[in-house]
Design a protein around this ligand. Structure first.
Ligand SMILES: C[S@@+](CC[C@H](N)C(=O)[O-])C[C@H]1O[C@@H](n2cnc3c(N)ncnc32)[C@H](O)[C@@H]1O
Length: 338
């Protein structure tokens, strides 16, 4: 049975209740949950944010207070909420977060939109990512849209799209373009379809190892990406959503740049948001910038630091022995004449 109707009913209920949840980093989320669990007065769900944001457990009385019987039945049948018989507690398998950080634009508050992703902790290999990185990625895409000019963009590809945040943002910004979201994780793509529906836009999702599913297209005018960028090796316990591979996590982002430039039509743009290690003995050296400058057929249009010190908790792992900080950057590149 499709979980979509149950997710749509849940989102409608949350909207009516003015639900707000801004997704924190895994580190902050873990600290909050640990504080709550240590305190018998506060360890259980008190409100909708505790259940669908903080991934805490609810007792039967609280769940009956927060959800109608009909909605609870729908959520249990779709395995969105799980009932642990042994402790008679209910837990959500998913989180719903605000897709955008609340802000005011042209004097008007930007409307609330919800986005579904995995519950905390995201330890399963196929956990579906969303977090502060995604908020910064969408903000980067908003800033970088000034480079799009007035030319229509035929096809737009979000590679490593996860459950679709970048693709959804582009589909909302460029409604006449065909927007394609590519990811290896089928669970993320299934949520992506529902997230696009929640945002009221059309995105075509496809399971694909990087650009494999779009290699034969000749109409790609824009590639966007927030790929995994944490150092990882074969068999390491870094989840798929974070594992950037060799070269302290630079391997995958660098492949996205070189292969992304190849799939773009002439004049097309690539916008990548990613992280890189800054070695403490070489504080002014940016190994990502150095490498993307050498990519054949590409012109670097813009480059900026978005966050100077992201995921500091990773620095104690062996691949980061020489790293002082993980810097997040945004690059815009143009495909030159073939
Ligand atoms: C950090 S998450 C980002 C998700 C989304 N772009 C966002 O901003 O929320 C990285 C995503 O890359 C996907 N991924 C990892 N390796 C991939 C590959 N070789 N091809 C396609 N997707 C991949 C993961 O499954 C994960 O969904």
């Amino acid at each position: 049975m499709s979980a979509e109707p149950a997710f749509l009913a849940l989102a409608a209920h949350l909207k009516r209740q003015n639900y707000t949840f801004i997704c924190p980093t895994p580190e902050s989320h873990g600290k909050v949950v640990a504080k709550r669990i240590q305190d018998p007065e506060r360890q259980d769900v008190k409100n909708l944010e505790d259940l669908f944001g903080w991934s805490l457990k609810a007792d039967r009385n609280t769940i009956d207070r927060l959800l109608s019987l009909e909605l609870l039945k729908q959520l249990l049948e779709a395995s969105i909420i799980i009932h642990a018989e042994s402790e008679d507690r209910f837990k959500s398998e998913y989180r719903l977060s605000n897709l955008y950080l609340p802000h005011i634009q042209d004097g008007t508050s930007v409307p609330q939109m919800y986005y579904i992703h995995s519950a905390f902790p995201t330890t399963q290999p196929d956990a579906v990512f969303f977090g502060p990185d995604t908020y910064l990625f969408l903000d980067f895409l908003t800033q970088a849209s000034r480079y799009l000019g007035t030319n229509p963009r035929r096809a737009v590809v979000d590679v490593c799209c996860g459950s679709g945040a970048g693709a959804i943002h582009m589909a909302r910004s460029l409604p006449s373009s065909t927007v394609i979201g590519l990811d290896l994780n089928p669970k993320a793509l299934a949520l992506g379809k529902i997230n696009a529906k929640l945002a009221g836009c059309q995105v075509d999702f496809a399971e694909s190892d990087l650009f494999a599913a779009v290699k034969s297209r000749e109409d790609i005018d824009l590639v966007v990406s927030n790929p995994p960028y944490i150092a990882s090796s074969e068999g390491s316990d870094v989840p798929m959503y974070a594992a950037g591979g060799a070269e302290q996590g630079l391997a995958l982002p660098l492949r996205i740049v070189s292969e992304g430039i190849q799939v773009l039509a002439e004049g097309g743009l690539l916008m990548i948001y990613t992280g890189l290690p800054v070695f403490y003995e070489k504080p002014g050296h940016d190994p990502f910038l150095q490498r993307i400058r050498e990519v054949e057929g590409a012109e670097l249009v813009a480059y900026r630091i978005i966050h100077p010190d992201m995921f500091g908790e990773e620095l104690s792992s062996p691949p980061y022995a020489d790293t002082g900080r993980i810097q997040v950057v945004g690059a815009v590149m143009r495909r030159m004449r073939r």
